[in-house]
Ligand binder design. Sequence first.
Ligand code: TRH
Length: 387
Amino acid sequence: MSLSDAAPAFDWDIFCRVVDNFGDIGVCWRLAKALAHDHGCAVRLWVDDWATFARLCPAARDARDGLRAEGVDVRRWCEPFPRVRPARAVVEAFACEPPECYVEAMAACAPRPQWINLEYLSAEDWVEGCHGLASPHPRLPLAKRFCFPGFTARTGGLLRERGLIAARERFQADAAAQREWLAGLGLPAVPEGARLVSLFAYEQPGLPALLQRWAEAPQPTVLLVPEGRVLGDVLRFFGRGDGRPGDMLAAGRLTTVILPFLASADYDRLLWACDLNFVRGEDSFVRAQWAARPFVWHIYEQDEAVHHDKLEAFVARFVAGLDGEAAAALRAFWLAWNGAGDAAAAWPAFEAALARLAPHVCRWSDELARFQDLASTLVQFSAPAVK
Ligand code: TRH
């Protein structure tokens, strides 16, 4: 009996190539867990960069080529690729192209697996027209369908695991739980009336000028910075050459605490606990929306500045229903944060709009939560092959 005749052991194979940073595997790992937990599927995740995966899944640090974690079989994607029976449905994340021998094996299966290319998130209008389209393989009897995550009912939706919104609401309604959790991070008591801010961003040359404003402001700011690329700009403001998790740096009314890179569940709690979150890329950007707190997006830079269109498309959708003044302040600050302006100069108007932004983000999050989530869309795409 050949491998292609055997019954598939897995409902899903997910292929992930880490281009850089954490977003590619962040999305794939979250999707794999959602398919396993929320849909009862047997999921195998192939990732080519084990070290990056291990930052998100610390249990992987001690495993070499594979492990079972949180209900998912995770395998190192290496070459030559092993001869395996393809799953009933296959997700190729961000056009990463599964190994040739695996694709050949897919074509030899009966029935053939559903093959889905999961695309990057964008709020642009064209996404609705491309979501769900199929493209035939040039040589083999296979077709690949495109799934676009998005912010409307005519896209694939966003990753939102079952119980997420309820867990966030419980945490945000429980001041004692938040205090206890923050204390567990090694944080001193947050001063009365302080604004709690989380910062996850790419390099930000304009950051020191913004931190200067916060240091001089009447309202205290507590800034929580998980280790990462923006840390150098934070340290520059404090005149420090290096910094490590646990360090606390103070200037005027600004207190900054350097955090370790947090486990996923803790990063969510950080977003839920803060009054304002600076996020980046794709996955943290989505998590900030589920946190339902005002946020600022540092978009991932792309060739030919195509990210500018993506940024404007999201802003246009997001500010709908917000008053004109707050919408303009948000847009100006977000553009400045993304290199088109002076963030420190744009801050006062944005700060003045925060009180109106807070209920707006809650409504936005509630509206998004009414759409089908991305894992459920994929399960639908894979029917009838997968439960
Ligand atoms: O890391 P990112 O910048 O990732 C990407 C990649 O660069 C990718 O190639 C690009 O295409 C994409 O952005 C748009 O940002 P992102 O997507 O927010 O991923 C970060 C992940 O790290 C996310 O899953 C949240 C997680 N995280 C933690 O788990 N703990 C932490 O402490 C922090 C700060 C983040």
